[in-house]
Design a protein around this ligand. Sequence first.
Ligand SMILES: CC(C)(COP(=O)(O)OP(=O)(O)OC[C@H]1O[C@@H](n2cnc3c(N)ncnc32)[C@H](O)[C@@H]1OP(=O)(O)O)[C@@H](O)C(=O)NCCC(=O)NCCS
Length: 189
Amino acid sequence: MNGGWPPLAWMQPIVAAWPYELRRWTGADLPWLFDAAQDAEVQRWTSVPSPYTLADALGFLGRADDHWAHGTHLHLAITSADTGLLLGNIVLKDIDWSYRRAEVGYWLARDARGNGVASTAVVGLTAWAFGELGLDTIELRAAVGNLASQAVARRSGYLHMGMEPGGCFDGDTRSDNALFVIRRDGVRP
Ligand SMILES: CC(C)(COP(=O)(O)OP(=O)(O)OC[C@H]1O[C@@H](n2cnc3c(N)ncnc32)[C@H](O)[C@@H]1OP(=O)(O)O)[C@@H](O)C(=O)NCCC(=O)NCCS
């Protein structure tokens, strides 16, 4: 540990989330990312820009490396452990190393939905964040209208803490969100 957080810039973790794996994004992922992020649901419920350009995809990959180096947001590609096929994105964001808190976010390519991929990835990332990174608390926010994402939170063992005003994306507008939390010690916050 260095000043409370591990040296992340050169870390290339393979986070287990069987039958999936989470790994850092690479430049070779650009075409897949550009294509998958065109999806209307991804653009509606996340900070992914709409319309989504090649420059947006390139910018994301560059920022992802910077964020790893600064230890602020750890973006990971969700892949099939067997085939290596890309399925989506998951991020541990707004990491506060002093309070050992972070927030998790995610999106999947359209074809990867409906099979529990997101909750499996969230469970794997949560275990890694508690075990390898030493975090204590992870939050998850889903817009009130995003029932699939709220179901992912519950299925991943996160507790519903209540509603927050105006903190989530719903297209061009901000939406109230459902706040979920999980603690390493399992104690309700
Ligand atoms: C949200 C998202 C990640 C869910 O991932 P997923 O792996 O496909 O999730 P699942 O299909 O297994 O669905 C999870 C749960 O939501 C339920 N669900 C799916 N679509 C739903 C809908 N429209 N309304 C209500 N429930 C829904 C499923 O039945 C499932 O419930 P269960 O756990 O009780 O079986 C995916 O739909 C996605 O990428 N959406 C666009 C981006 C996004 O919304 N990101 C999250 C921002 S907070």
